[in-house]
Design a protein around this ligand. Structure first.
Ligand SMILES: Cc1cc2nc3c(=O)[nH]c(=O)nc-3n(C[C@H](O)[C@H](O)[C@H](O)COP(=O)(O)O)c2cc1C
Length: 231
């Protein structure tokens, strides 16, 4: 990797530094750097070593064509939706619903967009479909025959990529919102029908000054997630 931006960080520091970045500069990303990152991410574990993850990485014209294709579906309103899967379970209960609500409120508060400003919040959400200005967009997909264990493997690969990006001085935002327009994304990527789209990953250099990249994203206390037995 080029030494210019590469950071010397422990795993813990890298984890702490990673966040979902929602404003990028227009600085181009070196494809050789991305190749190094994807090569390293191949070390991600997977059940039976299936390595079920497959990704398509766009920049320049193909990335613009994707934004245009999805914008045309968005313009159709609800009719344009082609959800790939339920992004959240129907009837999400506590404590998960509060966490989901909380992250949205934190984001809009950081941007000073009040709840009454529905148009402002929608416009901000639509920034998703610009990849928040990122110069590179990765789409993570896999064969439709894969089940929950392999989707978990995809998650491990995704986190590996995100941490390696941090190490390289880059930033990212995972974006399952693209699954709302899954068929359009797959058609535009020329993926065959045997593939299912999991998520996008916006990749680029963070706009460090942007308010949207500053607010703290809380986590549940450990007692809510870890049950110690026999200690
Ligand atoms: C698979 C996945 C999909 C996500 N999709 C979106 C998305 O569509 N839009 C978005 O703004 N954030 C998205 N996020 C970011 C989450 O909101 C974020 O990870 C969470 O709030 C924790 O914040 P942090 O990543 O900054 O630590 C996604 C995260 C993951 C792991």
């Amino acid at each position: 990797m080029p030494v210019t931006d590469t950071l010397s960080l422990s795993v813990t520091e890298t984890l702490n530094r990673r966040r979902s970045v929602r404003a990028f500069t227009d600085r181009a990303v070196d494809p050789a750097l991305l190749r190094d990152i994807f090569t390293a991410a191949q070390r991600a574990p997977s059940g039976g070593n299936l390595q079920p993850w497959q990704a398509t990485v766009l920049t320049g014209e193909p990335w613009q064509a994707m934004k245009d294709a999805v914008a045309a579906r968005i313009a159709m309103g609800r009719e344009g939706h082609e959800p790939e899967y339920d992004i959240y379970p129907k009837g999400l209960t506590e404590p998960w619903e509060a966490r989901r609500f909380g992250v949205g409120e934190g984001l809009y508060a950081a941007l000073g967009i009040p709840r009454e400003d529905k148009a402002g919040r929608l416009a901000r959400f639509m920034e998703n479909y610009r990849g928040f200005g990122a110069p590179v967009m990765l789409f993570l997909h896999c064969s439709r025959i894969m089940g929950p264990p392999q989707w978990s493997d995809m998650g491990m690969w995704l986190q590996s990529v995100m941490l390696l990006l941090v190490e390289a001085g880059l930033a990212s935002c995972p974006q399952e919102c693209w699954a709302m327009y899954g068929a359009t994304v797959r058609r535009t990527l020329a993926l065959d029908d045997g593939q299912i789209l999991f998520t996008g990953l916006a990749i680029g250099y963070a706009d460090e000054d942007a308010a949207v990249n500053q607010w703290p994203v809380p986590r549940a206390p450990l007692d809510e997630v870890i049950d110690w037995q026999g200690f």
